[in-house]
Design a protein around this ligand. Sequence first.
Ligand code: SAH
Length: 515
Amino acid sequence: MAGVSGSSGSVALVGAGPGHPGLLTLRAAQLLAQADLVLYDRLVPVRLLDHVPASARRICVDALHGTQPERWSEIYQLMIEAAQQGQRVVRLKGGDPFVFGRGGEEAEALRRAGIPYEIVPGVTAALGAGAFAGIPLTHRQHVSAVAFITGHEKPDKTDSFLDWAELARFPGTLVVYMGMARLPHIVEMLIAKGKSPQTPAAAVHWATTSRQRTVTAPLAELPAAVQQAGLKAPSLIIIGSVVRLRTELAWFEARPLLGKRILVTRPRHQAGEMMARLEELGAEVVLSPAVEIREPADWAPVDRALSNLSAYQWLVFTSANGVEALIRRLRQLGHDLRILGPLRLAVIGPATADALRRYHLEPDLVPPFYDSERLAAALKERVAGQRVLLARADRGRDVLREQLAGVAEVEQIAVYAQVDAISPNAEALAMLRHGEIDSVTLTSSNIARALVRALDEGALQLIRSGAVKLVSISPITSAAIRELGLPVAAEAREPTAEGVVQALIALANANEPEA
Ligand code: SAH
């Protein structure tokens, strides 16, 4: 790698791929995870910055001052200075750095400055658009060649590098980058030089992302079709008979949550699975945890209970976080799982049960429905006259203890603290305020309350008007939302992450405009 010379600084010119967070190379993810400074282009999806350590500096180069040539020298300077100070710099570029990405010029600047560098290829937009629009760029029965063309040459260029007469004769698929502004001109030129006006053609907007839209038309009619559909940059233009295959091969644009931007508000360590699932369904996911999990203010009551476990017959968990926190504490105190041996274990629902199973512990009781009332009802019959240890958050509902208190001896310990997120994702909240979020998932009453505390009046107004929809995980959470004076657009049938996902799909289908 670039940093072969030990701890000295280096720069990696890294392709970020066309937009889909999964279309990043392993090498790119590795370099991002080790970066001290990341300089990224506007087209790079923010989601990719999740790989970057929180301590690293991130700079969007489009936000730098100056017009383009000055900005470029500013980018070079930033990269070079940081590397000279021993930092690991990632210059993250959309698609591939060497395909219309100025990667060549940037590498040259680094070479001149004597900075060690590495170049990591990325999935270029043409490949992303081909795959995600169902247009094979080559095909044995159609074409054996493909050309990548820029539709935007330097405006000051007097003699073009592009020979449109040659391109019109090119025996293969043409893929035009940066061509939207000059689309009518490009089409006119190709047809004037002999390309058939009937050649199948497509424009693919924001390929591989939730915002992907594709318009197809015979070449001569493409500019009008694009205009009618309101398609803008960034888009790729694909010209050639392979475009016809799309009618059979398209797959991505049928995803149920395509075009939906969804705000996920659970803590980061619990959000991964849900985010991946929503993305798989075509949504764009924005994460802004409304709450964070911390150590409890005081371990003393927990430690006392853990050193006296033989006094209890039941240990009850009301969240996966509780399981993690209690087991971590056990180990910090020098114990291991065997100390839980004689206890019966109860959990509130399947996610908490799974948390136990990750430690090869099988719960003795999972209520058939998942809320405190039903857990209490199910427990009541089993715990009468016994001693119950309740491991929970420092805030939350008191239902369990109240309901069990009549029949059993209940001790409650706060094994973790839940606090409002200290630094909510400012970008995500701004999106919410600007009406750029379709739905917000709320997976607990505490999360609902914390989110509302983080929002301003403008955002709340959008929620009240129904422009931003709240999707709740359970009747309890819905009640908390309504108590805050906000409407619930949909509620999960089953109080699980998958239940929330299904509610989002139902909501998307219900709002589908009847075209
Ligand atoms: N280095 C990049 C290209 C940069 S030029 C790459 O390899 O993909 C910028 C142009 O790329 C845009 O004007 C647009 O034509 C195209 N482009 C980039 N990402 C795109 C996407 N997700 N969908 C459609 N076109 C895209």
